[in-house]
Design a protein around this ligand. Sequence first.
Ligand SMILES: [Cu+2]
Length: 382
Amino acid sequence: MVKPSGSTIINNPLYSYNFTNDDYRDNYFDGLPQEPYAQTLRQPEDDPPVSRNDLVSNALASTFPARKLSTFQLYSIENLSRFSAARYPGVSPPNSWASVEMIHNNIHGTVGGDKGHMRSPLVAAFDPIFWLHHAQVSTWVPHISPITNTNPAKVDRLTAIYQAIFPSSTVEPLVRTQPNLGYPEQGGIEDIDTLLYPFRHADGKEWTSRDVSSAESIHKYGYSYPEVPSGLSKEKLTAFASKEMQKLYAPDTDTDNFHKSPGGASVRTEWLAHVKYDQNQIAGTFNIMMYIGDVPSAPEGRVAVDTLVGTCTSFSGPQKLEYNSTIAGTVPLTPALVNKNLKPANRKEIVEYLRRNLHWKIMRVCSTVPYTSPQNTDMHDY
Ligand SMILES: [Cu+2]
């Protein structure tokens, strides 16, 4: 770091946050698995309590191809509510079961591990990586704006790109499905003018989704992203953002097993695992982990294996939810199949291969609330 007095070496401020007051921590974190830790930790081991960043890196790397393709899927969803929320959209897959919220949840689950701070909505924001993560994905998910899971409290990069590509898709009125968690009652319908308590502008006025209802609104607040630059007409911005999005997230048509359709277009058969479940069945955060190939028998080994292709994470506080909350997610399998030199278009071969090699486990961690095992699942606690 360069200071007026010359350059100096400082600890990486994004590595961890050191808590400064043990009494506050004991008080606010009372009963949470993170209570004993004097600093924020990622995938921690207990004795001594240290981060296992290598596990985080491995798990993020092995699930990267599926996450990249999921992100690409997002940009074929023409409805902002479906793009944003993991709530079961009431429509058939494939693409409508991808969501920014689910991609976001997966990062929380993977970085936090069994007891890390990122794992729990109550304490995740203490880990500095939270802010990098939310600049990239979303800031309106329930732990930030508890009154709604669709209204943006602030535009972020993936949403800004979305708004540039689909300028006419904005927040649609929806009936609230969650309790309002102590925030002022505002009626059963939430829309673009719903006040986003407790977030306020400098003048004290509450934020609403209307404040951030276009891609260009970020420029008004003094920032931009490389994919959403200022100074372009609406049409040019749409074209530019689409092109940049393709460069970032589209599969490579030269190498990723595309073939020519009769009409001449490059096409690929996609294989996706779809997941739909009621969050009420299990209290606290849990991961549904998808593997192609071997699954280590010991739960500790299941996070950092290269057979892990993707996750669907239910990201919630330690208490069992008291309201219906069916959510949906999707794990693209094609990159892993291509990686194994299988041809996605070879339907029969792929079905047989997946029957033998696709496995899934539920990992429930970071919670002391007892649960009843749902039917037809393989449950593992750390
Ligand atoms: Cu988050």
